[in-house]
Design a protein around this ligand. Structure first.
Ligand SMILES: Nc1ncnc2c1ncn2[C@@H]1O[C@H](COP(=O)(O)OP(=O)(O)OP(=O)(O)O)[C@@H](O)[C@H]1O
Ligand SMILES: [Mg+2]
Length: 227
């Protein structure tokens, strides 16, 4: 489902963000990518989304070879990936409902389908009462669940969550990971990027440890629905 083969990313100015990174994540796995600030975690996600290109190496996501993918196919790639960004990236002038609906509208989903699906997804993330609230009226954890709802709306094959614990308290971060675990049980591949070693240990899932842009450890899956 996700394959990195000797991937190196050097940013202009000479910062080596990733250094020969090599791993494979199979369909249905639940994986933490753990690393301190600056280890290269967000860079990994940007490469998967083709927001950045690697300096070297091969990345394959859901059968798309990202080195070869045509520009007009990139939106299809991105629809396979539901991303919860570190800073949530919600639109401040739109309610929770509209934020999720907008993600569908821009891909030309029919209005009737949007009206059916958005309440369903908001219910999954436990936000049915907050659908008319604007981001500034929501707590950090609630904003994060809007971002997760938006990531789920296209029924992606893979969910990527960048630092789900960054802007919320520890209890809420456990809840969001439990929610992601539930989504994983329903068949979606889930990758959680975090610096929170306690969180990764608590869930006993496969953990890939990044240090200064290199994979220094990759545990075998001990739990989760990994096969
Ligand atoms: N656009 C950029 N241009 C130059 N250097 C960058 C750029 N983006 C990231 N970097 C550098 O690449 C390295 C990895 O950054 P990255 O954002 O991937 O780290 P991270 O693991 O996500 O950190 P954090 O936990 O703080 O979010 C850092 O040294 C960072 O300063
Ligand atoms: Mg980051």
């Amino acid at each position: 489902m996700i394959e990195f083969r000797n991937v190196t990313k050097e940013y202009p100015g000479g910062v080596l963000a990733l250094d020969e990174v090599d791993f494979t994540i199979d369909k249905g796995e639940f994986v933490f990518i753990l690393g301190h600030s600056g280890a290269g975690k967000s860079t990994l996600l940007k490469l998967m989304l083709k927001e950045e290109d690697p300096t070297d190496g091969v990345i394959t996501i859901a059968d798309y070879n990202l080195n070869k993918i045509r520009r007009r196919k990139i939106p299809y790639l991105r629809r396979e990936l539901g991303v919860v960004f570190q800073d949530f990236r919600l639109i401040p002038t739109m309610t929770a409902y509209e934020n999720v609906a907008f993600a569908m509208r821009v891909t030309n989903v029919a209005a009737r389908e949007i009206r059916r699906r958005v309440p369903y997804i908001l219910k999954i993330v436990g936000l049915e009462d907050k659908s008319m609230a604007y981001p500034e009226q929501l707590s950090g954890g609630e904003q994060q669940r809007v971002a997760l709802a938006r990531a789920l709306v296209h029924n992606p094959k893979i969910i990527l969550a960048d630092e789900p614990t960054g802007n919320i308290d520890p209890k809420l971060s456990i809840e969001i990971v439990e929610l992601l675990k539930e989504i994983n049980r329903l068949g979606t591949t889930v990758v959680i990027v975090t610096h929170d070693i306690g969180l990764a240990n608590r869930f006993k899932a496969r953990t890939i440890i990044l240090k200064d842009g290199r994979v220094v450890r990759d545990t075998k899956a001990k739990g989760g629905s990994a096969t």
